[in-house]
Write a protein that binds this ligand. Sequence first.
Ligand code: FAD
Length: 394
Amino acid sequence: MQTDVIVVGAGPAGSTAARGIAERGAGVLLLERAKFPRDKPCGGGVTVRCAALLPFSIEPVVEDVITGARMKIRGHREVNRDSKAPITYMTQRRRLDAFLVEQAQAAGAEFRDGQGVTGIVRLPDGTFEVTTKDGTHHARVIIGADGANGVVGNRLGYEAAGESAVALEGNYAYPDGVPADLRHRVVLHFGDYPGGYGWIFPKGDHVNIGVGGWKSAMGPRLRELLQHLCQTYGFDVDDLQGLRGHHLPMQRRGMVMAAAGSALVGDAAGLVDPLSGEGIYGALRSGSLIVPAVEDYLAGRVKTLAGYQLALERDLIPEVETSVALMEIFHAWPDPFVWLLQHFGPFWGGACAAIRGETTYIDLTYRLGAPGRALLGPAARAGRFVSSRRVARG
Ligand SMILES: Cc1cc2nc3c(=O)[nH]c(=O)nc-3n(C[C@H](O)[C@H](O)[C@H](O)COP(=O)(O)OP(=O)(O)OC[C@H]3O[C@@H](n4cnc5c(N)ncnc54)[C@H](O)[C@@H]3O)c2cc1C
């Protein structure tokens, strides 16, 4: 098949890019390895700021609306905090991703599932030849939305995103509905998970229970830590269904995410938020930011997709870098951080505002004044987050 753009991978990043590009009138082929609907390791939490990136409601696939949190550090007393407005929507990835693909198809993108991409070659004229088990396709642009260590980045010589974080999760079934004390609030357990936390997220007929954190410290102990979380809240880890683990890819300093006619979005570009582990936001944001760059490239107004990289560096990377700094502070002193969340209204309110997209990590940090800027390092102290990354020209 000959088309303008091939998007590899139909997670939130790929379907968002495919929808946006198709809406602007270009031909898009969205290739997906799995047969849809498919599940993937994920808590399925879509923050309000994340859902707000979409021009349509995800209400048809929302199973619970979160307005509060039950928080506890190690064996200490649990504290509940609530918010007047929704903070996060709970869905299942098999439902969310299928829904997002439907929107891309409605915009005109052609979706083919069960089509793992095995080969990508950049031809002398700058176009791409893409191979799946069923044949060969050609396009002027290729977008890698195929997750960490995806085939697109690998074949085209991009540096892989860092694999510093891992998570393991499973579902505990409640066929008659989730009990009231687990509905509408997330359970967050801190202190026992280096670089991360444990969670219980309510869905329609089950809860999702998981742990995540630094790969170096948690990788070999993921199951043991999940068992610990289960015991803390009265579950048996052996009762969890569909246990799945995965990496959470993180940005490397200076990572190149775009070149002539190719780009990486979502997990393939390492856009997970280091503090929270939220990755769907980075997927949707990058999947939208790539659209104008592709439109300009197809129209011949630019020679590379470098505009996308610059847009990421302006709009998203500063937040990711601030999140790294906050994550390091949090994990150096988890007790005061959690205490503030539990007992200090403005701190909890600030966290909710950030999750809703009413403020940003950078704004919150600046509100702390000089101590905040000092903690966040030289870039923040200088009052700017301008990156010195070079944009690929190749
Ligand atoms: C345990 C765990 C819990 C998480 N919980 C949350 C959460 O609650 N909220 C949140 O915001 N984030 C969460 N994340 C992060 C989030 O899951 C990811 O950041 C997000 O899925 C990234 O979306 P994506 O579209 O970039 O990639 P993906 O969703 O991984 O999609 C990539 C797609 O590419 C396809 N693919 C791969 N290779 C090929 C190929 N060769 N050819 C064709 N297709 C291919 C895959 O089958 C897949 O469908 C969690 C992650 C983990 C591991």
